[in-house]
Design a protein around this ligand. Sequence first.
Ligand code: GAL
Ligand code: MG
Length: 987
Amino acid sequence: MRDYENLDLMHRNRLPARALFVPYATVPAARAMRPLASPYYRLLNGSWDFHYIPQGPAHVPAAFPENCGAICWDKIPVPSNWQLHGYGIPHYTNVQYPIPYDPPYVPDENPVGLYRRDFTVPQSFDGRKTLIRFDGVDSVYYAYVNGQFAGFSKVPHMPAEFDITKLLMSGENELCVKVLQWSDGTYLEDQDKWRLSGIFRDVGLISVCENRLIDAQVDALLDTADYETGLLSIKVQTEGNPGLHLRVTLFDGETALWTGESPAGEASLFAQIKSPLRWTAETPNLYDVVLELIDGEALIEAQCVRVGFRTVEIKNRQLYVNGVSIKIKGVNRHDFHHEFGSAVPAEALKNDILMMKRYNINAVRTSHYPNDVRFYDLCDALGMYVIDEADLESHGVVAVKHYDLIADDPAFETAFVDRGVRMVARDRNHASIIFWSLGNESGFGCNCFAMAAAMRALDATRPIHYERDEQALCADMYSRMYTSVPGIIEQGQLDNDRPFFLCEYAHAMGQGPGNLKEYWDAIYQYDRLIGGCVWEWADHGLFKTDEKGEKYYAYGGDFGDQPNDGVFCIDGLCYPDRKRPHTALMEYKKILEPVKFTFGAGQMTIKNLWAFTDLSCLTMRWRVVRGGETSAQGVLPTLSVAPYTSETLPLPAEAANGLFEITCELNHDTPWAPRGHEVAWAQHGQVEPLPAPERAAAPLTVQECCGALCVCGDDFCLKFDAKQGVLTSWTKAGVEMIKEGIRPSMWRAPTDNDVHAAKEWRKQGLDRLQSRLESFTFEQSDSEVTVEIVTVHGGYIRRPALKFCQAYHIFPDGKVTLSAAFIPYHDELPYLPRLGIRFQMPGWFDQIAWAGRGPHESYPDKKESARLGWWRQSVAETHEPYIRPQENGSHEDTVSLRVTCGQGVGLLIEGDGFAFSTHGYTPEMLTAAEHTNELKPGDLTQVLLDAWMGPLGSNSCGPEPLEEQRLYFREPRSFSWTFRPYFIREM
Ligand code: GAL
Ligand code: MG
């Protein structure tokens, strides 16, 4: 039996998993926690020799590892994934296994990466033991030093250490690593991700003395009798001479709060700390626990564990941190980078957490494996609750037999337990971790019980999470994914003593998700709902260059990878670079904001939704907007509204005179955002329409010729095609404003969340409406010319979808009112993507201004973050460049829209809260494009005016839009809008 197909063999020579890392020579060095500065650590990252063997392990040259000089080597950076350096291809698959389901065996064609480098051991290592540590290697690997076997390990996202002392020589040494792409572990690493291989995290040498600290478990809790008294319990394991001595000190800055001493060996120390500053994600107060191993008077080594005092409890069907019930405002995050794959640089880790903090997020689930160790240090320091998840997913079994195939097969027990235990042993000292998660989508069975028990034995201070444990038999809470809003309300009302958690919800794929507001209204309403984590933090696109040299983000299938799940890896709140937020993230920020305002007659109520912080850290500025300008403004006196309480204040008197807006800014710098950063805002009132041109009336002339009807006035002219019933031309100041005439529109480029509904839309022909004229009439009176058109529209194969009745009222001052009705043609129409009109203006009409929601896009169920106001943008700016192009850039609650060209000629459209979008693309172009590089703007400005825009939902992997929000079309629907030719010179 081969090691990499042996379910019972987890490793060879691997040292027990532990939390402690690098020894330091002095206490200050230990407290600085910079391993690279320690004389006892040497990082081996860099450019290594590499040899790729796609044919599999049987083809590894016999010269490896003893005679590596005989092998031809390329170069590769360590850490990295070999598929991102031209060896093999990146492969994206979600559920489906990338290899035949044949555990514990894997195909012979199992790509191998051979790695090699020379190294010298620093002098500071002399006379001591040397360990080598691999932080992450995918999938399994064999390490050799100077041609001799050093160790073997499995589980990509967990570190492994081997003692290589006896294999070392003085001077130059050679390290070789053989990495296999597939192993029996592959069946347990079926996470929805790019499948990438190689040494993807740090490799380093650690020097330890014969007398040494092996590991420490530090629990910094609070006494649940008062949640004031700190309970510090420290278990330290050392090895070496019997006479060794251990000193443990708790530092608050430079002050030693407590010192304990114990003989070394297996030492247990305990202390009560009077009223320590408590750790929460809002208040990440940390202390240093310094461990000194002492021989007589001499310090042998020092290490530091940074801890936070906090207690996590599940009781009264809620989640309590430090005795306070909290909500998880979370995201799922893959430890992934758009250029470097699973080799995520430290700055990128930090950037993610900073960005989460700035968007009011307080929790991360490390979906679906333990992250780079540095991630947890950052979460401790910056304040982020973490659900730490074991490197385990066997989802692919569902395509083979049944979900529990592996979870309930005792043959896999050792592997399950190994994955859980190593995570807890590595991470348990982190304050940020509030739950352990057994893994993801691995079915349920005996192995889950064994794993949970083994993890509890190592740490009983945190609840256990596991979504597939549907009855919460070994987990401490109920957890589900993608439950609908009505579904969670039902859960909220259930009489059950344990909380309900949404480990995944609001699938953020492409345009969407809708209903974040409704989710959170329910979560705030019901105690039992403890919040959830949006799926997921970021899109996982990989950069690729097309034939023309243009860069774009690739997804599953773009590398010829099979089987693949296409665009399903593009489902995050951020664009792949994780710098640009999707509008979904802006929406999430608004929904999660810690301060909520409600307005009543002459007053406002300010509610603090922070659990641990009062509002005195905020400056609240208000202003009143009239005619696009601030007409009054002020600053509220600092309020110290306590957590979870509210205060009611009178509204400033000026608020009655316009649109009232209030914003809450940090009044001091924090480690995650500067002073002035906005955490919450609210508006009260209406937005005014944009100013409209006023023109003198002049008589209208009506002319019929060659099947057209022209209605002209002073400096403007409308032309209708009377045979087709379409307004085809409209000039102002001699400038043609119409490129393609007005027609009804019921199609949007399907969003990822429209995937199911769009099948119905296509079936009914909404993507290919043809029209038939039923009647065209006009009438002239003294005050107006009225043109009435009735047309019928449908797509081939099916019955027509609708009858469209338009009445254009053309007035002598140039104003045109369009009153129209949509009449369903039959009663089998599905709920619609949109209902409105579309037309094109020439491409040089590329500037817009509007009064309504902005500046970013908004949809009926995703509009809380878009403020009412007067906005201006170029047409190009309104485009949201979704990685797979789709419907975007709509704006809800619009009362005026102006589309103008450079000379200042254009159309001003007014209505009672419509939605609009303007694009350099037609909906058909957006529908056809699969990648951003396939989308080239035409010489046109597509204008879409929607009397109703359909909601978004999150049906790509979650519920459809809420029933009451769907755009059903069973009764006639009508609207009336005013169009005014606009010329800046006339304003
Ligand atoms: C969930 C799964 C995630 C991801 C998501 C779809 O079922 O846990 O890993 O695959 O679906 O994007
Ligand atoms: Mg899965």
